[in-house]
Design a protein around this ligand. Sequence first.
Ligand SMILES: [Fe+2]
Ligand SMILES: [Fe+2]
Length: 266
Amino acid sequence: MARAVMARVGVPAVYFSVARAAPALCNRSSVMFAPASRFSGRALNSTNLRQAVSSRTWQGVQVRARSTAQEEKVAVGDDIIDKINHDHRELEHFFQKYKDSHKQGDDMEARKWFNQFVWEVSRHAVCEELIFYPMLTNMGEEGKKMADEAIEYHHKTKEILADLQTTLDMDEFDRKMDKMWADLKEHMNTEESEDLPFLRDNTDVSSRENAGKTFALGKNLVPTHPHPAVPERPVALEAAVGLLITPLDKLRDIFTPFPSQNKSVN
Ligand SMILES: [Fe+2]
Ligand SMILES: [Fe+2]
């Protein structure tokens, strides 16, 4: 994506750091995830990265296959507003599945849906911090205030999710989860009723579509677990530190139980 176009959109310079880091990250991933032979033996560039992400031929990474299937079932526009709204609906679905499993007394299944929820909310949050909030910040005082409040909320949520990942008592876990969800719902409502309309009023469609494509690509590069110690502000060095965690998170994903494909969303 041309730097000039991205600058017009308001996507921060850190994007270019992300784009430069992508091949290196993917080469590491290719070792861990053993992608199909058509990608092995050569470095991934941004074009074949997208092909790899949309491919069904990844081996041994159930979660990636499930995500791809979801993306194919639900046609989501390129507009970053559509991408963010779509993610919010997915998070509602994952949380409901968690609650249903818990109500049925199936703690193992509830844990799997919690893992799915954390996986998605982690990627969603970091991409908003790298792409959406810097766009708001560049839109004057009002936009900056919205972004600052959202970033502060994200940080608290990451701390709660990190704490939940080590909470073993299921009733205590459920209480914390309910509180976290009530706050997250409020945050998503604010984004949908105030932040996203503000973005719509201050950008044109092509800017939002360019940002939406970056958002979608970024979700496959960013960490998949909460890391409250990593700063949310997209200063290039800080973002690079965050991205270095991604391969470790993806390795962790391999050993994390997720809901089976039979219980796929949508
Ligand atoms: Fe957010
Ligand atoms: Fe959001």
